[in-house]
Design a protein around this ligand. Structure first.
Ligand code: ASP
Ligand code: MG
Length: 323
């Protein structure tokens, strides 16, 4: 009986093995990957031209992004110390800018977020890469201008370099003709207009990327002190229903503000004691930044049904994983 069950399970596994191989062997894949490579290449070029210093990623650290939604824990121990696998390098971005010699930095940063499976979810991978940047002394408007320039630069590059790819994938490029600056909406105004699913509805109606401003989320995103309860943070929303492609914000950097926001959100202050100490000593500078998802941009550019269509190995939440 036992062997029979095992055999059955093995059969299931072999089916999955077949599925995994089919995924790797899709004829569209090399074209999608080539476009993704062009996205990274053009992004690097843009950063280089703008004098933004590239930093190598941190993959495990004692602190990582607190995120504003629940994901499964993934801690590990090293040298008797607790480490987290990087969810984003937000705190490392802020801390490294304490150097008087670093002003503008970015990381092509692999992040692990063990998301819950959600029906109809087309935009989460449990590991992904973001191009994550942070600028000293910058405001929200500086980040908007920078990112709009980047999107335009990258899309123009791709239209030129990847014409064959688009032909083979059977898609046009009109969705890459962006007009900058992008429109800006607040979450409240879109919610009043479209209800709870405002992000998706507005994205489906849109034919140009747009900014969605003011989200109540992590403690490190700055609250607007002139309008308490509103936040100087933002998402970039891809149009045609592809929704969120970037998140960022101006940051809290003053000791009392960081503590106030941490207490409001119930963040474990002990885990952040060294970060808090830096803030207390006035070493965390005023910054703003953002990170855009590479796979999300690739999905939008290649007009793929779901984000897992741009990966080689499935990283969609709720699957069985062989590799
Ligand atoms: N990278 C984002 C930021 O700069 C945070 C995130 O990863 O969602 O705010
Ligand atoms: Mg986000």
């Amino acid at each position: 009986m036992k062997t029979y069950v095992l055999k059955d399970e093995r059969k299931k596994e072999l089916k999955l093995l077949d599925k995994a191989l089919q995924k790797i062997s899709r004829k569209e894949l090399p074209h999608i990957l080539h476009v993704q490579q062009a996205i990274l290449r053009a992004s690097d070029e843009y950063m280089y031209k703008k004098g933004v210093t590239r930093i190598m990623p941190i993959m495990i650290a004692p602190i990582t992004d607190t995120l504003n939604h629940d994901v499964e824990d993934c801690e590990l121990k090293y040298e008797g110390q607790k480490f987290n696998i990087t969810k984003s390098m937000i705190f490392h971005k802020q801390i490294m800018l304490s150097s008087p010699y670093l002003d503008k930095i970015y990381i092509v940063s692999p992040n692990v977020r063990l998301e819950q499976e959600e029906e109809g979810d087309k935009r989460h991978l449990f590991e992904f890469t973001q191009v994550d940047f942070e600028f000293k002394g910058a405001s929200m408007d500086d980040v908007f201008e920078f990112q709009e320039g980047l999107v335009k630069y990258v899309f123009d590059y791709i239209k030129k370099e990847c014409a064959d790819e688009f032909k083979t994938l059977g898609i046009g490029t009109s969705h890459l003709d962006v007009t900058i600056p992008f429109k800006r909406y607040t979450t409240q105004e879109l919610k009043a207009k479209y209800g709870d699913d405002f992000e998706e509805i507005a994205s489906k109606k849109a034919t140009q990327p747009f900014w969605l401003i003011n989200h109540k989320r992590e403690f490190y995103d700055a609250e607007d002190l002139e309008k308490p309860g509103t936040y100087r943070n933002y998402d970039l929303i891809w149009p045609y229903g592809y929704i969120e492609g970037l998140s960022g914000g101006e940051r809290e950097y003053k000791y009392d503000r960081i503590l106030t926001r941490m207490r409001e959100l119930g963040v474990d202050e002990n885990a952040f004691r060294n970060y808090i100490e830096l803030a207390k000593e006035g070493k965390i500078p005023k910054t703003a930044g953002a990170g855009f998802g590479v796979e999300r941009m690739t999905r939008f550019v290649c007009q793929q049904k779901e984000i897992d269509d741009v990966t080689v190995f499935t990283r969609k939440p709720g699957e069985t994983y062989l590799f």
